[in-house]
Design a protein around this ligand. Sequence first.
Ligand code: CUA
Length: 365
Amino acid sequence: MVEKREPVVRLERGFWIITAVFAVLSIAAVIYWYYAPVSSWLPVGARPAEEIDELFKFMSAIASVLFIAVFGYLLYFSFTFRAKKSDPPGAIGVQVHDHHGLELWWTIIPAILVIVLSALSIKIWYQIQIQPNNGLVVESIGHQWYYTFRYPQVHGEITEAMHLPVNEPVTLNVTSADVIHSFWVPAFRLKADMVPGLINTLRFTPTLPGTYKIICTEFCGTQHAEMEQQVVVVESKAKWEAWYHGWQQKNANVSDALPKAGGGTIALAGGDPKAGQALFATKCSGCHAIAPFDQKIVGPGLKGILDDPKHPNLVDGAPANPADVAKILQNGYKGDYPVAMPNQTANGLSDKDIANLVAYLGSLK
Ligand code: CUA
């Protein structure tokens, strides 16, 4: 038979001592978070990063107090009400049901916390998402595995770092050209998913000149971990304008369609297999193994591609010969593969690089 223990009505002295300890720890935690030097852990590069830090501190303070109370009492009660040697076998602890006082408080306190957190979050959300701000409108497009940027009156896409003038409001629209990426600038405390066919918007004002990381936080294929670029907050409008006009000129004759390389025929004579091998390691080996054709990483294995008379035709249907391999390097390839192969421009390959790569592939027997 199961014997029931009598409920303990009066809390012992130990309970009040431990409660005092938790209260002191909680106050210390709140003070710690209030003064936490978040901006020295991570620079505050834009508005409203500071308000987001305040929200973070507030949440951390509440979470610390809850953590101390929940785990503190869990440990204390586990110890105090542990089974005693004298308990009969199968004895169970005191069962508490329908304690209205307890239920009232553990409903009211979390409800108030959730409402306060919502109010604080919505205020910041409004600034980032809705508040009109007629500043510079910039677009960023996620690609496997790099970011490009479009600016008003600049043709085509800018492939180097994103430049923004300090203290100028920015409306940033992000999307993706292939799979879901993410645009995260820790120094701005801002993050938006880059989804094909959808435009997400972030509004902010860069406040601190410097160079900050843009990081992809959405798994987007084999090179996801490498997808990182930079945003440069330029210390003066004039300096930013020089950069901006430079790109206006540089891209004056570029089409506004997504970049597609591959105009002329590439001269393959004089390609250097050694240089090609080094390039292959940095540009190609994420997707292609030097292994038989059927050993795919993302794309097929490329060993003996130009040496094997029985090698299947290339993805574009052309036979495997140096000129057609060069064409694929030039144009990139989409097809049925889960991931598109970037074209020459996107891959940052010069004509000479392509000649070297083809020479390297040709040297593999
Ligand atoms: Cu792009 Cu992960």
